[in-house]
Design a protein around this ligand. Structure first.
Ligand code: KIV
Ligand code: ZN
Length: 512
């Protein structure tokens, strides 16, 4: 019997710590639903003590998710642990994750604590957590720069206090694979009660080694990996879930472990995370990049035609690249449409379904093939527009080479139509200028990106806009067959988010 490798996804917690990757409560719940469909074992939903918003998001995920465990992060402090326990309480399966730094540099300068005090805090924290939850994870922050003897002492005591998982993070992405593997092996061998806990790796990608280090840890005996979709995460990110899972599946001859991941869900999940966070996936990114299965060189194409495995080690459809075609067309009925939305993880009431169905029919009239990604975009648009202060109505654009572009835009502001004309260096500049005037927006534009959601010249264009006002950063998205309209929608969406305090980035302080 193959042993299991536990997949702990931290897209909603560490992933959200990527600068600019803010997610609202609704967005976190939508991603959590797809992570559940992906069959990740544990979803780390957030850091409840960091803000009221994050507490509410973790609780909303805990109320929604049934199959995966829902985890809340807490420093080794009573107030954090109690708050995290409260946030995850509604979940049928739950985990409390508490951590404290163990490296000399963190203990001296950040915690200002002696090593023995750190051990005492860890033990108290684990005991308290274990009183509130049966499944407790303890992490030694900055473990890769910690002293192994000290790690062995603190881990032994954390296990004795009730920790069921011990996580060894390479917090600053400093480790090298062979060294990290040896470190994990040494700890598992030397800690006398190591058989009472599952060992885990949590690797950051500062040197581009997060996945390699995680796999080295697995080879050394770790049976849980912490990872994120698209490798999102603090600074250079975390180990990418899709790379770890596909490495295990593809090289099962060397890594004789089993994951529960439904790999066909990888690409749809990656796309949703990218759409929500505003972090595009680079085309040459392994597994989920647009070119990951594209063959350009003639020799390669010839080889693949003759025998696929000459140049392909995985099947594109196994990770969800070709299973995403919607078999519905413009003649499809409401029932089939509703079933497809359900399969994509949406729970819609009758009104939402009606509204979305009209949009789908409209799109199917203009576009030859409608894909799942189109449906995600339509559904995002509806959630974005409902209850928004500003809504895009329509725009008329005039452009001519070497001349200023002009845009006349109609926006609904607090229920009233406002029409305004403006000029710019191109159609998008002119539209943004007009929207700035209507909404009195003086935020800075940090990012503007356009992607075709699917293939073909009739593809919907998806625009991502990142705006900053003071310390607040938001991501707006908009999709349309016409990219100028998509740009206007994305820009207005970002402005709506900036003006709505309930959509504050939940993790706004105290993040580790
Ligand atoms: O990188 C890190 O050390 C963390 C811990 C909180 C697990 O994210
Ligand atoms: Zn981390």
């Amino acid at each position: 019997m193959k042993k299991d490798l536990i997949i702990f996804d931290t897209t909603l917690r560490d992933g959200e710590q990527s600068p600019g990757a803010s997610m609202t409560l609704d967005e976190k719940v939508r991603i959590a639903k797809l992570l559940e469909m992906l069959k990740v074992d544990i979803i780390e939903a957030g850091f409840p003590i960091s803000s009221e918003g994050d507490f509410q998001s973790v609780m909303a995920v805990a109320k929604t998710i049934k199959d995966s465990s829902v985890c809340g992060l807490a420093r080794a402090k009573k107030i954090d642990i109690e708050r995290a326990a409260e946030a995850i309480r509604p979940a049928p399966r739950k985990r409390l994750h508490t951590f404290i730094a163990t490296s000399p540099i963190h203990m001296k300068y950040k915690l200002k604590m002696e090593p023995d005090q750190v051990i005492a805090s860890a033990v108290d924290a684990v005991k308290l957590a274990r009183n509130l939850c049966d499944d407790v994870e303890f992490s030694c922050e900055d473990a890769s720069r910690s002293d192994n003897d000290f790690l062995c002492r603190i881990i032994e005591q954390a296990i004795a206090a009730g920790a069921t998982t011990i996580n060894i993070p390479d917090t600053v992405g400093y480790a090298l694979p062979h060294q990290f593997g040896e470190m994990i092996k040494d700890i598992i061998t030397r800690v006398p009660n190591s058989d009472k806990a599952i060992f885990s790796a949590h690797c950051h990608n500062d040197l581009g080694l997060a996945v390699a280090n995680s796999l080295a840890a697995v080879a050394a005996g770790a049976r849980q990996v912490e990872c994120t979709i698209n490798g999102l995460g603090e600074r250079a990110g975390n180990a990418a879930l899709e790379e770890i899972v596909m490495a295990v599946n593809t090289r099962n001859d060397m890594i004789n472990l089993n994951t529960n991941i439904k790999t066909e869900q990888i690409v749809p999940t990656s796309k949703l995370v990218s759409q929500i966070t505003g972090f595009p996936v680079q085309p040459n990114k392994a597994i989920v990049g647009a070119n990951a299965f594209a063959h350009e060189a003639g020799i390669h194409q010839d080889g693949v035609i003759k025998h696929r495995q000459t140049y392909e080690i995985m099947k594109a459809e196994d990770v969800g690249w070709q299973t995403n075609k919607l078999v519905l067309g413009k003649h499809s009925g409401r029932n089939a449409f509703s079933k497809r939305m359900e399969a994509l993880g949406y729970t819609l009431d009758a009104t939402e379904l009606d509204e979305l169905f009209v949009k789908f029919k409209n799109l199917a009239d203009h576009k030859h093939t409608v894909y799942d990604e189109d449906l995600h975009a339509l559904s995002t648009a509806i959630q974005v527009e409902n209850n928004a202060r500003f809504k895009f109505e329509h725009a008329t654009i005039h452009t001519k080479t070497n001349e200023k572009a002009s845009a006349e835009i109609t926006v609904i502001k607090d229920g009233q139509k406002i029409k305004l004309q403006s000029y710019g260096n191109g159609p998008v500049d002119a539209i943004f200028e007009a929207i700035n005037k209507i909404t009195d927006c003086d935020a800075s534009l940090l990012l503007y990106s356009v992607n075709a959601i699917t293939e073909g010249t009739d593809a919907m264009g998806e625009v991502m806009v990142r705006l900053q006002k003071g310390s607040r950063v938001v991501n707006g998205s908009g999709a349309d067959l016409d990219i100028v309209s998509a740009s206007a929608k994305a820009y207005i969406n970002a402005i709506n988010l900036l003006q709505d305090d309930s959509k504050m980035n939940p993790q706004k302080s105290e993040t580790p």
